[in-house]
Ligand binder design. Structure first.
Ligand code: ATP
Length: 220
């Protein structure tokens, strides 16, 4: 379904979100106070506007609250990012995502109304570090402080040709298998309990970080 987005701030992060949303056929209004940046996105975004997002009248006249999702991708000017998040919340924007520079900034953004806070450098650092320290963990995405989604490759014999219920997966590992990737093309979404696990399958699991690490250790 086509949704409408506003992206405020067209730096590397905001710009990449903008391009990706447009590629997936979403409606995007791009806003930046820098004219050169806006010119760069004139032919990419559905609409691109030069505006200072700290000006409430401007935000209202752009009809911010009529969009499904506002992404605040202002980086260095922390004060501006907080103020714009607060104003978007007060205008009744249904969903707000904001980019944080550090942990304190992230906490304030959550307090003033951001539904989702991203911290790209930190999040990518955590993700890469997990990949680097394990041979079987192919990817790792933090969902919250304690929970994550991870891709774990099946390399331990005790899992080969066993069903999910056969290895008592939920009880022994306390994780949910949301999908199994098999070979290059096959994806078994929400596998049933009698689904067979094969050597070199990739399990997409959701659960507590400690449980994810435990499963990963079992594969080594
Ligand atoms: P990135 O890491 O994504 O490149 P950054 O963290 O370096 O970004 P900035 O370059 O500080 O972030 O800001 C991103 C964009 O936000 C810039 O293009 C800047 O012009 C724009 N911006 C900053 N303040 C405002 C504002 N008040 N209104 C509109 N746009 C703004």
């Amino acid at each position: 379904m086509r949704k409408s987005f506003v992206i405020i701030g067209l730096g590397r992060f905001g710009g990449s979100v903008c391009r990706t949303l447009v590629e997936s056929d979403q409606e995007v209004l791009a806003i930046d106070s820098c004219e050169d940046r806006v010119n760069e996105y004139m032919n990419i975004a559905t609409h691109a506007v030069v505006a200072n997002a700290q000006d409430e009248t401007t935000l209202r006249s752009l009809g911010l609250r009529n969009f499904d999702h506002v992404i605040i991708a202002i980086g260095e000017d922390i004060q501006a990012s907080i103020l714009v998040t607060l104003m978007a919340k007060e205008m009744g924007v249904p969903r707000i995502t904001a980019k944080a520079q550090n942990e304190y900034h992230a906490r304030v953004l959550e307090k003033v109304g951001a539904d989702f806070v991203v911290h790209p450098e930190r999040d990518m650092g955590v993700r890469i570090a997990h990949k680097l320290t394990s041979n079987t963990m192919l990817d790792f995405i933090e969902l919250s402080e304690d929970y994550s989604l991870a891709e774990v490759k099946v390399t331990a014999k005790k899992f080969f040709n066993q069903t999910i219920e056969g290895v008592n997966f939920r009880r022994h590992y306390n994780l949910t298998i949301v999908a199994i990737r098999r070979g290059k093309h096959e994806l078994i979404v929400s596998p049933p309990a009698n689904q067979m696990i094969l050597e070199d399958d990739v399990l997409l699991v959701v659960g507590n970080n400690q449980d994810v690490d435990f499963l990963d250790n079992q594969m080594n």
